[in-house]
Design a protein around this ligand. Structure first.
Ligand code: FAD
Ligand code: NAP
Length: 339
């Protein structure tokens, strides 16, 4: 039986701790509950917002429709060979919990993605990535329910059109599907990825032999040392995507800014570090009443004052304008703004 709650307070359900309400809220812990919720929202002709851990959203105002919190749980091995194991997780599983479960069972490959907030179902939306690994490196397939037909469809790696913090679910299929499970293909033999500078440096200081479990611990340590934990300092992680520019654009920039970090991508493109540009533009540590730019990483905006989404977005806009003015590079928001 569907439990629809009116005027539901969302402050605890978004990691920026923005105090707004949903006109209606419900949870779906099964495919049947999901189908009922979709039917309800169609019947009442209301907008729908699908919610996971709320760590990549900015709530600009009260949500005028139904917030559907995905709670589908379960982790199971669905296939196994001598070298690999395919593990399927329900969309409502906490991402870091899933990583830990896999590590505890000696299934390797997710260690660099430790401690990313949020749930499994949102991981494909922006092809989560950290410390040199992205979801697409281990992804096998996902199941998703069409919001219009209610049918379940399977998406393989190619179908998802994963890119840098991007997927088909942010583009052609925006708001078309609700992801209900994700299957990853993991290794039975460790294959460590320690190329990312901060991780390489931390690993170099370890005397014992490195295991994936140890790599996960190092990633957690590095993250805790510079990224604010939303429970104590509300934030939504990186506020802007790292811009990817042409080689020509980069050549011009580096003539003026000799120490500008740059990471070559495919197709002669160069990824710039948005955090570095924001820092250079003088924003690191800036505080405007209850909203601030994090001191350890200027890419992260924090909301200790539990201010409105509007106020956070005003600061973001000022930062964006000053980066454009200084570098001629346009920054794009990473979290999704609702409504
Ligand atoms: P939500 O914020 O709940 O939702 C995000 C979007 O996905 C929304 O549009 C929502 O509608 C949609 N969505 C959620 N679940 C589903 C579903 N089941 N089906 C369809 N659509 C769905 N990201 C990285 O990539 N790398 C990092 O290292 C990283 N570090 C972070 C550190 C901090 C401190 C914070 C706060 C955030 C960080 N993030 C990072 C961003 C965020 O954690 C990820 O994007 C995460 O995948 C969001 O998951 P969520 O469940 O919280 O999604
Ligand atoms: P960092 O190490 O200070 O590096 C700053 C930026 O430079 C990062 O955004 C990273 O891009 C890029 N970078 C550094 N070394 C690189 C390399 N060898 N190759 C390619 N790109 C490189 O970053 P941080 O803030 O501490 O974050 C550490 C990791 O966690 C990063 O991978 C970051 O993406 C991830 N993270 C993501 C979020 C989020 O909300 N999306 C929040 C916190 C942390 P990439 O971002 O492409 O890696």
């Amino acid at each position: 039986m569907l439990d629809i709650i009116p005027q539901f307070e969302l402050q605890k359900f978004n990691t920026l701790a923005v105090p707004v309400n949903a006109k209606y809220y419900t949870e779906a812990a099964s495919l049947d509950a999901l189908a009922e919720a979709l039917a309800w929202v169609r019947q009442h002709k209301l907008p729908l917002m699908v919610l996971g851990g709320g760590s990549n959203i900015i709530l600009k105002d009260h949500f005028p429709g139904l917030v559907l919190h995905i709670k589908i749980s379960g982790v199971e091995v669905v296939k196994e060979t001598a070298q690999h194991v395919w593990v399927k997780a329900g969309a409502g599983e906490n991402w870091h919990g899933f990583v830990q479960t896999c590590l505890s069972r000696n299934f390797w490959g997710l260690e660099n993605l430790s401690l990313i907030p949020g749930n499994v179902g949102a991981a494909p939306i922006q092809n989560i990535g950290a410390y040199g690994i992205e979801l697409c490196d281990v992804f096998d397939e996902l199941e998703a329910v069409s919001r219009s037909s209610g049918q379940t469809e399977i998406f393989c790696l190619q179908d998802c059109q994963f890119g840098y913090r991007d997927s088909i679910f942010k583009n052609q299929l925006l708001d078309q599907f609700i992801i209900t499970s994700v299957t990853v293909k993991l290794n039975k033999q460790p294959a460590l990825h320690l190329e990312y500078p901060a991780l390489k440096q931390a690993a170099a200081q370890i005397e014992e032999s490195l295991t994936p479990q140890k790599v996960s611990e190092l990633v957690c340590q590095i993250r805790r040392s510079k990224l604010p934990e939303p429970q104590s300092l509300p934030n939504a992680g990186s506020f802007f995507k790292n811009p990817v520019v042409s080689q020509d654009c980069y050549d011009q920039l580096v003539r003026q800014y000799k120490s500008m970090p740059a990471y070559p991508q495919s197709d002669n493109q160069i990824k710039l570090a948005a955090g570095w540009m924001i820092d250079q533009a003088g924003w690191r540590g800036f505080r405007d009443e209850g909203v601030a730019v994090h001191n350890e990483q200027a890419l992260v905006l924090v909301n200790p004052g539990h201010c409105s989404g509007e106020k956070i977005l005003q600061l973001a806009e000022k930062i964006k304008q000053s980066v454009t003015q200084r570098f001629g590079v346009s920054l794009e928001l990473e979290p999704r703004v609702y409504p």
